[in-house]
Write a protein of this length. Structure first.
Lengths: 88, 590
């Protein structure tokens, strides 16, 4: 396999995981906390007297952001090793 | 011991610590000065980034911003943290791999053009200078309030301390003082918050306390808060009361703007490896989240505390007598940040929403003739927290040190971004390419000293428009630097014409939109349209325009690129090389 092909495969795997992470990033903040909040309000439970959307707006989105960055770091470290492009 | 002596000991002690670190972490080379020789542990860099990022506004004002609006201002929480996801996924690792010292340096080299470099320097200077004014004034105010010195004296002491560690140590000195400043500010913020949460809900973790039961009433805290607020004619705390589109765009502008701020980006040049840059962004967000998860709880709890203090027997009973108000109110009245006016001459404090038409009849029935808490500066919330929670004096002293740490750490980061753009990008890259490392280091120190002098002068003579200008900084970072950096990494074919056109159009469009509503160069009265939601284009506030500016930048760049020559082969190879981590070590040698 040529070097170019490996580089292309590495880059497209990276773009794929970035895309997935950004979809989750947008869903918890713009989605759950803002646009989809009316839907979450219809859920049959409440969190501390309010709805899940409010929790996402003030706590949940931030916690999700942290998880996303550490997941991406872990995933990319593995990918770097798999493609032999990690730093020695 | 008096409160003043305590403040002096705690603040003075923290300053001695910063100066001690400065002497220990002197910079010997330009690599030390610009990037701490890339030897910073990623977790240490995370804490330093958190201090760099969290300004006087985050520390002092944010809880108040949320407290007085509720759900609607969650935009600040999501916007100022969500940007780190963009930074970690889209910028930090690649810029670290590129292995240089400044943001304009990447733009200039990647787009093989001095024009691109100079445009980037201009954007950086506008963004960072406007931002630094707020930090210097914040430090001056904190000094004068807690140490009873003149505002001017306070500001000069603050600049003196920054001067010592920034000029001596550059990025190396700044990094380790920021680490110390982070410890000071997070301790100061957390202690009163934990006690308030314990008092109100019995839960020691404020973020959990916010969603727990209010011990006194047995209701969930937020239900109780909604109840007392609506009983006084205010909007409920958890409800959605503004435009959804504007909320989305404002959040987006803050996120993209955060990721495009040069003083934050350069922090990621200090870690040893590309993998560390990713990890470090994660740690930065953890350290930031410790404050950002606490702030909404502080806001909601303080708002409830104020109302229950004024209406001890419930909102339907009579409020307290002015003469019987708690001591913290008396002491804050002296600062002018809190003021009462007995409009109906009954000796009691009526606090309610006098602008609510529905509530007007109830107020009239109860003999109320207007809201009597006529001034309540939102910054009091955090600053008076220890007094409201009846904590000992040293906690208040810690808040003073924490507020100063937040202001000084951000100021130092901004000053470094400014001085390196001048000494490295303008002097070394454009004007005098032949100077030696030693001469450049001297130039870096001199431009740092000039930047501090300029910032101090601006802090002493703040332009009347300081508040709007901070919003301008985010809008410009979002509309100019972020798209240029992202396209430089993710589009191999993006060329100099596209990038420069994108940055310029993004810059001009954002400036025009802001000036239309806030006045040409913020001169009052020169705005062409009144700054009200009915006049905004599609209901987009000038503060939210950064996201639109970014979209305009991307589109213009793409169209121009399609009609102009491809970037040279070597640039396309450069892009290939920054996309893989291997080889980052060699890029350091520079």
């Amino acid at each position: 396999m040529s070097l170019d092909k490996t580089a292309a495969a590495y880059w497209s795997a990276n773009l794929r995981v970035i895309f997935i992470c950004l979809v989750i990033w947008a869903t918890v903040s713009f989605g759950f906390a803002i646009v989809l909040r009316p839907l979450l309000q219809m859920l049959p439970f409440s969190i501390g007297g309010t709805d899940l959307g409010f929790w996402f707006a003030q706590q949940g989105s931030i916690l999700t952001f942290i998880a996303l960055i550490f997941y991406y770091t872990w995933y990319m470290n593995r990918l770097d090793r798999e493609f032999g492009v990690d730093e020695q | 011991m008096s409160q003043f002596t305590l403040n002096l000991i705690v603040v003075g002690g923290s300053f001695l610590l910063y100066i001690g670190i400065a002497i220990w972490a002197r910079a010997g080379t330009t690599s030390d000065f610009y990037a701490a020789s890339r030897g910073v542990n990623p977790i240490v860099n995370g804490a330093a980034t958190a201090a760099d990022w969290m300004s006087a506004a985050s520390f002092i004002s944010m809880a108040g911003l949320i407290a007085f609006v509720g759900y609607g201002n969650s935009t600040f929480l999501m916007g100022w943290t969500g940007g780190y996801v963009l930074l970690a996924l889209l910028l930090a690792p690649y810029l670290r791999k590129f292995g240089r010292f400044t943001v304009p340096e990447f733009i200039g080299d990647r787009f093989y053009s001095q024009t691109a470099r100079v445009v980037a320097v201009v954007c950086l200077l506008v963004i960072s200078l406007t931002y630094v004014i707020g930090q210097m004034t914040g430090a001056g105010v904190a000094f004068s309030r807690f140490l009873e010195v003149q505002n001017t004296t306070g500001l000069l002491i603050a600049s003196g301390v920054v001067f010592i560690y920034a000029v001596l140590g550059g990025m190396k000195g700044i990094t380790y003082t920021q680490l110390a400043q982070y410890c000071v500010l997070i301790t100061a913020y957390t202690i009163p918050a934990v006690f308030i949460s314990l008092q109100l809900t019995g839960n020691p973790i404020p973020g959990l306390g916010l969603f727990s039961t209010h011990a006194e009433s047995g209701l969930p805290l937020l239900t109780k808060l909604n109840q007392v607020l609506t009983e006084l004619g205010f909007n409920d705390y958890t409800g959605h009361h503004g435009s959804t589109l504007n909320m989305l765009l404002f959040t987006m502008s803050l996120m993209v703007g955060t990721a495009g701020l040069p003083h934050v980006i350069i922090r990621f040049f200090t870690v040893p490896k590309v993998a560390d840059a990713r990890k470090s962004a994660g740690w930065a967000l953890v350290f930031i989240a410790l404050l950002y998860l606490t702030a909404p709880a502080v806001g909601a709890m303080a708002r409830l505390n104020i109302i229950t203090t004024i209406f001890p027997a419930g909102t339907s009973a009579e409020p307290i007598q002015y003469a019987e108000r708690p001591d913290w109110m008396t002491s804050w009245e002296q600062t002018g940040l809190l003021a009462f006016e007995d409009k109906n001459n009954d000796g009691r404090i009526q606090y309610y929403n006098e602008n609510s038409e529905e509530f007007a009849s109830i107020a009239a029935e109860r003999g109320w003739e207007g809201n009597e808490m006529v001034t309540f500066n939102r910054d009091i919330l955090v600053l008076a927290n220890p007094e409201i929670a009846q904590l000992p004096g040293w906690v208040l002293a810690l808040i003073a040190a924490g507020g100063l740490a937040a202001a000084l750490s951000t100021a130092a980061g901004l000053l470094l971004a400014i001085s390196s753009a001048i000494s490295h990008d303008m002097l070394k890259s454009v004007l005098m390419p032949n100077i030696t490392d030693k001469q450049e280091l001297m130039a870096a120190r001199i431009s740092m000293a000039f930047a501090i002098a300029l910032a101090t002068w601006l802090g002493l003579n703040p332009p009347g428009f300081a508040a709007q200008v901070v919003a301008l900084a985010f809008g410009l970072a979002a509309a100019t630097l972020f798209p240029a950096l992202m396209m430089g990494i993710f589009s191999k074919k993006m060329n100099t014409h596209g990038a420069v056109a994108g940055m310029l159009v993004g810059l001009i469009a954002t400036l025009l939109y802001i000036f239309t509503y806030l006045g040409w160069f913020f001169v009052p009265g020169t705005n062409m349209l009144p700054n009200t939601p009915d006049n905004w284009l599609f209901g987009i506030s000038p503060l939210s325009f950064g996201a639109v500016g970014a979209i305009i930048n991307f589109s213009v760049a793409y169209i121009v690129m399609k009609f102009t020559a491809e970037p040279p082969e070597r640039i396309q190879e450069l892009v290939e090389s920054i996309r893989v981590p291997r080889g980052a070590g060699t890029a350091v040698d520079h």
